[in-house]
Design a protein around this ligand. Structure first.
Ligand code: ADE
Length: 238
């Protein structure tokens, strides 16, 4: 899967792309990352990409020309059709379902804005999907783009080894978790600071362990995220 990232701060991405799962996906050639400096696409002789808002007010607004031209020029760099994504606090909220949907695309074009936001006409001209990572305002779309990258890349088939498979983790649709939170995990030692690992996990009875995990996933979800419980199927149907 190809990722193009258009930003005024490509250097923000270098550490994130050079570590852990994102790095490994790149090494396995399951993901390729292409950073593009938005400023290189402005026709302004001084490298200007933003200007004051019409109507007055605080902050600067990203101008149409550099953003639209950058998207079009970057798209031309590869024949793979791209899904255009603009990171913005007003966008569709990123969740596991949307991450899985994006992971099925052959190419994502992520556009990270900065300052007050984008000139409204950019949306009309390039018709991107606007995506938000939550109801708070970041200084720019870069951190949001990194969050999206991480959530998407780990879902590309083959990226995670078996030892870290995306099944049965929170928000996944499998039968144990069912869109809710994950069940609790334990590892060695069996006892630590007077606290023991639940006996059932040591039993070797896989059916019993699966039942316990499903029950715990429901309990944890009901307690910590009751808003997610609607997705939990009733015991009668499972
Ligand atoms: N840019 C600024 N805030 C953002 C947010 N919450 N999500 C995505 N992009 C943003």
């Amino acid at each position: 899967m190809r990722f193009d990232i258009i930003t005024l701060f490509p250097e923000m991405f270098t550490g994130v792309l050079a570590a852990s799962i994102l790095k490994r996906a790149g090494e396995k050639r399951l993901a390729s990352y292409h950073l593009h400096q938005m400023r290189e696409y402005t026709t302004d002789p001084h490298g200007k990409v933003d200007d004051r808002p019409y109507g007055g007010g605080a902050g600067m607004v990203l101008m149409c020309q550099p953003v639209v031209d950058a998207i079009k020029a970057v798209e031309q760099m590869d024949a793979i059709p791209s899904r255009r994504v603009l990171l913005s606090p007003r966008g569709r909220r990123l969740n596991q379902e949307l991450a899985a949907e994006l992971a099925r695309e052959p190419r994502l074009m992520l556009v990270a804005g900065h300052y007050e936001g984008f000139d409204e006409r950019i949306g009309q001209l390039v018709k991107p999907d606007e995506i938000s990572i939550g109801d708070y305002v970041l200084s720019g779309g870069e951190l949001a783009a990194m969050v999206l990258l991480d959530a998407v890349v780990r879902l590309i088939p083959g990226v995670l080894g078996d030892e870290a498979s995306p099944h049965s983790e929170s928000f996944s649709a499998d039968e144990l978790v069912d869109g809710g939170l994950e069940y609790p995990h334990y590892t060695r030692p069996r006892e630590y600071a007077g606290l023991s690992v639940p006996e059932v996990l040591l039993s070797g009875d896989h059916a019993e362990i699966a039942r316990w995990r499903q029950a715990m996933a429901r309990e944890v979800t009901g307690r910590l995220r009751p808003d997610l419980s609607a997705g939990i199927l009733s015991p009668a149907t499972k």
